[in-house]
Design a protein around this ligand. Structure first.
Ligand code: Y12
Ligand code: CO
Length: 180
């Protein structure tokens, strides 16, 4: 089932998500619904809080070298912890909860994480490139942090102005659709 995406400035995005302790059908349905929602919205990563579920679960499905997003490449990450990190890299990030806005953000270049899969099995993963960036972006969501929080004062101001304009225009479009 495709779920609604919680959008900035909704306060729920600021919640600290709770550790997952039960690896049951409810969790599996949530992960399946998150996948459907992410694909429906043309995303490559999603944290549970973005569909209003404050639990430490995230999914990532990066496109392959042919730019195809295959479900076999889907990564489900529960209760992640960064255990090693090195380097720094800038990448222009976007977020389904902050539509239409993209900005350069600094992240660790390489990370190693401990996490659990949907069955509760403990795993370890080393990531670099886009995967490392996506994991860090989604892990921030688990602690109520958005990529826009990492911008300089000037860029944050620019964001707030542009985002208000986007919200105004979208509202206007919706009310015009109602009349027509
Ligand atoms: C690198 C950086 C950030 C991430 C986190 C995951 N981010 C996304 O999946 C963002 C998706 C996104 C999709 C949008 O929709 C389309 O492109 C059609 C979008 O567009 C609009 O808002 C209009 C914005 C963001 C992973 C890796
Ligand atoms: Co995001």
């Amino acid at each position: 089932m495709v779920l609604n995406i919680v959008e900035y400035p909704d306060k729920r995005l600021r919640e600290k998500s709770k550790e997952v302790t039960t690896f049951d059908e409810t969790l599996h349905t949530l992960l399946d619904d998150m996948y459907e929602t992410m694909i429906d919205q043309k995303g490559i990563g999603l944290a549970a809080i973005q569909v209003a579920k404050p639990v430490r679960a995230l999914i990532i499905n990066l496109p392959n070298e042919n730019d195809e997003q295959n479900k076999e490449d889907l990564i489900e990450i529960i209760n992640p912890v960064i255990i090693e990190k090195e380097g720094e890299v800038y990448y222009q990030e976007g977020c389904l909860s902050v539509p239409t806005f993209y900005e350069d953000v600094k992240r660790f270049e390489k990370i190693k994480i401990n996490y659990q899969d949907r069955h509760g099995n403990t795993k370890e993963m080393e990531a670099d490139g886009l995967l490392a960036i996506a994991i860090q972006h989604e892990m921030d969501h688990l602690d109520g942090i958005l990529f826009i929080d990492k911008l300089s004062y000037a860029r944050r101001k620019k964001f707030e102005k542009e985002y208000k304009k986007f919200q105004r225009e979208r509202k206007q479009k919706k009310s015009q659709q109602k009349v027509a």
